[in-house]
Design a protein. Sequence first.
Length: 270
Amino acid sequence: MKAYLAAAVQMTSVPNLDKNLAQAEELIDLAVRQGAELVTLPENFSFLGDEAAKVAQADTLCQASEVFLKTMARRYQVTLLGGGYPVPAKEGKVLNTALLVSPDGEELMRYEKVHLFDVNLPDGNTYRESSIVLSGHRLPDVYPAKDLGILGMSVCYDVRFPELYRHLSQMGAEVLVIPAAFTAFTGKDHWQVLLQARAIENTCYVIAPAQTGFHNARRQSHGHALIVDPWGVVLADAGTEPGIAIAEITPSRISQVRRQMPSLTHRVFI
């Protein structure tokens, strides 16, 4: 692993595939021009705001999303993560899938979101992700990228389940990627503190690309794509507008924090 720049992209995706991919490409280009070697896109980067339409267009969205990720990775010669797009599954539902792609356009790792967001919020919004999404049933893998470190993947609501991240750290993860479309209501109180907790307890970097703003008349995302270091320090925050959070990932910082706070070696219940 070497020191490198990573980017967490922040988007306002809408129910329009072409507009979303154009926005994503613009932000990938921005990240690469600033020197990023690992670029991460948020959950639902290619389509957000109309769940029925997402299922109806799942074949098109899946194919277009995967072609886009592989094409962009090759074009810009970066490792690229697509934080979540629909892959057709059984029962007329989809799998919320994150895909990691190499600079050669090759698939490195995929993860199907396990924890689904079925919540009635006090602001009056109800979310039933399970109505259209099938839960994945496998714990995420890690990918040992020679230059980028050992990468662990998850998606959005997973961040509330620390056992998933303990699994990743037990497998050697050094960088945790948590793409999301966190709601504005929960995000204002929980988003940053949860990301810092996952970084601190696992002594890992956290890269969290995010959705922001209104995706339709009711659905609003919190924004604040973040990069957090292993001590819990926020290194970059994208705010509330589309853009990027970019920061250096440094192996010496991981080593330093793990010497100062060797909690991973003190675990009793594994």
